[in-house]
Ligand binder design. Structure first.
Ligand code: GLU
Length: 478
């Protein structure tokens, strides 16, 4: 069901054209002049590279990209993806999403993305290492990486290990750069990483959903009760984002009734334990046949299960005009980037489904990357200076209360009250605050602009307005 009022055929849009489509749809609700909108929308720099890598007795040519979508704030920021689907259009789309994502959560970066067309599962680790190091060297050569230039991070198919290789290569080529640790985020904690970064995207998804589900008026409109407790959830993808979302949302009382993976989907109304499912997947190389659940052979059919919240946490274009009609969830939270196509979105919105867009709901990863970058530039662990001081203050306060009341506070309570913040406490608290504040900015904008019918349009408009303001502040567009 294409949008009749628009001339574009939504079904034929590429990924980057889809992002532009969302941008155009939202831009009429912003106060930005056309010239500025054009500048915000366009991709600033695209670096495509081909380089050789030794693979056993052969040499293979690797195709890789780094796209910096917007330089309105520096450095630019965004992950690096390893997948055989990587092409220029995909990386451009993902880089643009990063610009709006950073703006929506007030992270002072422009958007960027990298991609290497390689299968992380079918490539031996030593080849992956050689490719990662060569890619980093190419970025250094062209001044496309650095703590004040462009800061990569993990994405689909990459993690701490790859980030450590990038850091090591960068430091080798740029010795003496005192802020060099800030050239990449998502590093292991032992290599300048920050506690909580690995699970940050998933944790952010849960904080976002917890806030969304706390608004009684919105939940009533969807026919749902408030709170995450008892909500039936289906998750697609047990990678870093899907797995952490699944384990953390269960702590809030939600029930994972379905999990979709590469090989199949599994279903159990009583609930699935993602820890056990992941262990089973590691042992059997799939989730089909997981004991205590019904196996759905066609993985994509798992998305069609009756549930309250559907969380696609894998790749783009998972819900299209071909399956959108069969989706029965009331809320879809885009933990992945671009899992719903514009044509599918029209169908889902017409069905009254709430779509929580990627540029907001999965922004927890870049938010905590920002904290990691700050840690690297300040060269000190969060909480190091104040933890003991705060604890002593609280201890003094308890002592005073005891003296004034003549009563003794139990040692259990004392322990809880005096606890000074560790790095993880501060990171999670900063993340939760960010997700709550950003959602309320979006929600308020939607309420204040009656023409805005969906959360994605509201989110894009809020992001565009924030970028517009930073251009104005630079005096570029008077
Ligand atoms: N790849 C993640 C994303 O798409 C994280 C980016 C970052 O931390 O820079 O948001």
């Amino acid at each position: 069901m294409a949008n009749k009022s628009s001339k574009v055929d939504l079904k034929t849009l590429s990924f980057s054209e889809s992002v532009s489509h969302y941008f155009d749809k939202a831009s009429k609700f912003t106060g930005a002049p056309q010239g500025l909108l054009d500048q915000i929308k366009t991709c600033n720099s695209i670096y495509k590279m081909n380089f050789p890598v030794k693979w056993g007795n052969e040499v293979k040519v690797v195709e890789a990209y780094r796209v910096q979508h917007s330089h309105h704030r520096m450095p630019t920021k965004g992950g690096i993806r390893y997948s055989t689907f990587v092409d220029q259009d995909e990386v451009m789309a993902l880089a643009a999403l990063m610009t709006y994502k950073c703006a929506i959560v007030d992270v002072p970066f422009g958007g960027a993305k990298g991609g290497i067309n390689i299968s992380p599962r079918q490539t031996p680790p030593e080849v992956l290492e050689a490719v990662t190091r060569r890619y980093t060297a190419e970025l250094v050569k062209k001044n496309f990486i650095g703590p004040g230039i462009d800061v990569p991070a993990p994405d689909y198919g990459t993690g701490e290990r790859e980030m450590a290789w990038i850091l090591d290569t960068y430091m080798t080529l740029r010795p003496g750069d005192v802020d060099g640790y800030g050239c990449v985020t998502g590093k292991p904690v032992s290599q300048g990483g920050v506690h909580g970064r690995t699970e940050a995207t998933g944790r952010g998804v849960v904080y976002a959903l917890n806030e969304i589900c706390s608004h009684a008026e919105d939940m009533k409109a969807l026919g749902l009760t408030t709170g995450l407790e008892g909500k039936k959830v289906v998750i697609q993808g047990l990678g870093n984002v899907g797995y952490n979302t699944a384990t953390i949302i269960r702590e809030y009382g939600a029930i994972i009734i379905g999990i979709c993976e590469n090989d199949a989907a599994i279903h159990n109304e009583k609930g699935l334990d993602p820890v056990a499912v992941l262990k089973y997947r590691q042992e059997t190389k799939g989730i089909a046949g997981y004991p205590g659940a019904k196996t759905i052979k066609k993985s994509a059919e798992g998305l069609e299960l009756q549930c309250d919240i559907l969380i696609p946490a894998a790749l783009e274009k998972q819900i299209t005009d071909l399956n959108a009609n069969k989706i029965k969830a009331r809320i879809i939270a885009e933990a992945a980037n671009g899992p719903i196509t514009p044509a599918a979105e029209e169908i889902l919105l017409a069905k009254g489904i709430m779509i929580v867009p990627d540029i907001y709901v999965n922004a927890g990863g870049v938010t905590v990357s920002y904290f990691e970058w700050l840690k690297n530039l300040s060269h000190v662990r969060f909480g190091r200076m104040e933890k003991r001081f705060d604890e002593q203050n609280q201890r003094n306060l308890i002592k005073l209360v005891e003296e004034m009341t003549g009563k003794t506070v139990t040692s259990d309570k004392v322990k809880k009250i005096i606890h000074g913040a560790d790095e993880i406490d501060l990171v999670n608290s900063g993340l939760e605050d960010t997700m709550i504040k950003s959602y309320n900015d979006i929600r308020q904008f939607k309420k204040a602009n009656k023409g805005v019918k969906d959360l994605r349009t509201a989110t894009f408009a809020v992001a565009i307005n924030k970028i517009r303001d930073s251009y104005y502040a630079m005096g570029i567009f008077p």
